[in-house]
Design a protein around this ligand. Structure first.
Ligand code: UD1
Length: 372
């Protein structure tokens, strides 16, 4: 009998983590991995294109939950996942990142007494107004194996009293996907399509509720972007939630701010490699820009990924016009070059595989599974 693992993915940033995990688990005949897509993200531009570009196999189960309030979405994922786990009887459930699908999956598995493995455990912004922070805290509290991207994650988990034997610092799965796909991303003709083949430009993404759901807050950030765009044209790949808030609040952009639809993985990576600076509130993009050596201004008051500031190219720029412009000027005067954090080397998938194999062999002799 193989060790059956359910991997749960739901939202855009999950897909680049699940791809290298599956690639590392699949060649090992002791494991059988079953992919479940919650459907938290459902547009082709937020989901389907990532499956194709990252060569992720079609999910065995699609829960089609769609959008909703946090409670509705989390509850709906739980309601639809429970019968799947009861039928598939996995030996473990792997959840990744910090989205609502992550927490919902961990809760359902833990209540069915199925071990929970959390990849990207231990990150903390210490800001409970962020829905992701609640998801991270609650998921880690009930996870059995905690796979960590950076040392700060281990320190946070130890501080919370987690058993060190359940923690493994494995590196960053997102960076595995990035390194694997750099050659294909270089080939993208996205700059040609946008007519920015030779010019310098900045790349923008914004989607955190705290930044985009309140019209005044969003307008303040945009007024900073407008000033920056007078010196450097900005290309902004707009998340659906942000687009609807821009429209609802009738916010005009002005300046040289160019709105783009959400981009596929390879096109976005290409722009990230070729831009002069990234302005973002995304977690994953802070990590990617650090690995690419591209300066990143994080439009937030904190980061749960401190290694990107300590080692990498990231600056926490705050969320008001003055602080963003201050960070912009600091970046012009002394752009950070940064170094790559330890273990962000493209081999996190293998280390996750090894930690998972060790986890099951300590639970019971792994041979029992392979021989039965
Ligand atoms: C979610 C994650 C966030 C992650 C982000 C990446 C949580 C709490 N948040 O935020 O951590 O950084 O994904 O994108 O899980 N929508 C569409 N099409 C889609 C998906 C969403 O139009 O395919 C629109 C809907 O109007 C929806 C809104 O975007 O209501 C927000 O989607 P939701 O999944 O609730 O959260 P995100 O903002 O995407």
């Amino acid at each position: 009998m193989k060790i059956r693992l359910v991997l749960l993915a739901g939202a855009r940033p999950n897909f680049m983590k699940v791809a290298p995990l599956m690639a590392a688990l699949d060649p090992d005949e002791r494991f059988e991995s079953i992919l479940v897509h919650t459907g938290q993200h459902y547009d082709d531009s937020m989901s389907g294109t990532f499956f194709r570009e990252l060569h992720i196999p079609s999910p065995r189960h699609h829960l089609n939950v769609g959008s909703g309030s946090h409670a509705q979405q989390t509850a709906e994922i739980m309601r639809r996942l429970e019968p799947v786990l009861i039928a598939e009887k996995p030996a473990g459930v792997i959840v990744v990142g910090d989205v609502n699908s992550t927490l919902a999956g961990a809760l359902v598995a833990a209540k069915l007494e199925i071990p929970v493995i959390h990849a990207e455990a231990g990150l903390r912004s210490f800001d409970r107004s962020m829905p992701e922070e609640i998801n991270r805290l609650a998921t880690d509290a009930i996870s059995d194996l905690l796979l960590v991207t950076e040392e700060s994650g281990r320190a946070n988990l130890l501080h919370e009293g987690k058993d060190p034997a359940r923690i493994a610092v494995v590196g960053n799965l997102m960076v595995d996907s990035l390194r694997r796909n750099l050659p294909a991303a270089l080939e993208s003709d996205v700059r040609q399509r946008l007519g920015i083949l030779n010019g310098r430009f900045g790349l923008v993404t914004l989607h955190r509720p705290a930044n985009v759901d309140d019209g005044r807050q969003l307008a303040g950030i945009i007024s900073a972007l407008r000033v920056i765009s007078e010196e450097l044209p900005l290309y902004w790949a707009v998340h659906p939630r942000t687009r609807s808030h821009l429209e609802e609040n009738g916010i005009s952009l002005g300046g040289a701010i160019h709105l783009l639809a959400p981009l596929g993985y390879l096109d976005f990576l290409h722009l990230q490699m070729k831009c002069s600076v990234v302005l973002t509130d995304s977690g994953g993009i802070q990590e990617e820009s650090t690995v690419l050596g591209i300066p990143c201004l994080t439009i937030r008051d904190n980061t749960e990924r401190p290694v990107t500031v300590e080692c990498g190219t990231n600056r926490v720029a705050g969320t008001n016009k003055e602080s963003i412009l201050r960070a912009w000027r600091e970046n012009l005067e002394s752009p950070k070059r940064g170094t790559t954090p330890p273990l962000w080397d493209g081999h996190a998938g293998e280390r996750c595989h090894d930690a998972i194999a060790r986890f099951f062999s300590s639970q019971m002799r792994i041979e029992e599974y392979s021989e039965a």
